[in-house]
Write a protein that binds this ligand. Structure first.
Ligand code: 3PG
Length: 306
């Protein structure tokens, strides 16, 4: 009987866990659950004899993959898979997958929740600004970016996008005005919503020079990854540009350095973008189905390692 582990430091909504359980047990597999664990050792102990596992932003390091002697497939219930050591997976013959698109509406809705919160002065009674008629630039126009574009239109915003992996025609067809460089996007948009993955190429790529192109009153919204931000550069910019605001769905490493910029930043203590019942159910169930499909039929449709 195959053993499937859900290992989530930040647990799924219970409806998602029950949905996964139904798929796994109907197949005759066993479901194991490790939630809110506090050390990597707990994770390492839990993976010892599992055949498959479902994770979220949990760190599937080489140590974890090596410790999972029976592991055949690991599914990141979500989009970004920078938390999985893909080389270790490949070296150990483990298939790594993600579940693209399943939580993208949830993340996009949070972008606007955070934008309104900050632009309306944290609801503290002070006058703020409206989003209508402002320009939003979407940096990377994949599943989340396109949902951001759709919602932005409801707010009456002008929607621009830059995505090096899409043609202008694809961007137009997906509902935004294409721009040909990140420099152009930051140069003309009042709000920039970041949706780039964390890769060797994108690490620290959102830097002082790029952000300093933003018009007066510019706001950066980061629901992607903190690693893509040049933390020193953005602090310098917060110092040099009292008009600039930064909102991030995860507290940066240098959060204490933001203390002097009160009223110009907001950080969620734990990543909240995908934390809705719907997103948990969509991503969790997709992950469970992908595991069954792989173990039963060798289906590798959503494989992300080579
Ligand atoms: C993703 O990459 O899918 C999002 O960042 C969500 O991450 P989470 O599942 O840890 O909330």
């Amino acid at each position: 009987m195959a053993k499937v582990l859900i290992a989530t430091d930040k647990p799924f909504a219970s409806a998602a866990v029950e949905g996964v359980r139904k798929i796994i047990e109907t197949q005759g597999y066993e479901l194991l659950l490790l939630e809110k664990y506090t050390s990597q050792d707990e994770l390492i102990a839990a993976v010892a004899d599992v055949d498959a596992m479902i994770i979220r932003s949990d760190k599937a390091t080489k140590e974890v993959i090596d410790a999972a002697k029976n592991l055949k497939v690991i599914v990141r219930a979500g989009a970004g898979f920078d938390n999985i050591d893909l080389q270790a997976c490949t070296a150990n013959g483990v298939v790594a997958m993600n579940t693209p698109g399943q939580n993208s509406n949830a993340v996009a809705e949070l972008v606007f929740g955070m934008m309104v919160y900050v632009t309306r002065s944290f609801y503290n009674g002070k006058s703020g600004v409206e989003l209508k008629d402002k320009k939003i630039g979407i940096h990377a126009f994949g599943n989340v970016g396109q949902n951001v574009g759709r919602i932005a239109k409801g707010f009456g915003m002008e929607v621009y996008a830059y995505d090096p992996f899409m043609t202008d025609e694809q961007i137009k067809a997906a509902g935004a005005i294409p721009l040909s460089s990140a420099e152009d996007l930051y140069g003309m948009c009042d709000y920039v919503s970041l949706h780039i993955p964390a890769t060797a190429q994108t690490m620290k790529s959102i830097n002082y020079d790029l952000l300093n192109r933003m018009p007066k009153g510019g706001v950066l919204i980061n629901t992607a990854r903190k690693e893509v931000i040049d933390e020193e550069g953005i602090i310098q910019l917060m110092n040099d540009r009292p008009d600039f605001k930064y909102i991030s769905d995860i507290t940066p490493n240098n959060a204490a350095e933001y203390a002097p910029f009160e009223g110009r930043y907001f950080f969620t203590p734990k990543k909240m973008g995908a934390q809705t019942e719907e997103a948990n159910v969509n991503a969790g169930l997709a992950a469970a189905k992908q595991i069954v499909s792989f173990l039963e039929h060798g289906d590798t449709k959503f494989k992300v390692n080579k």
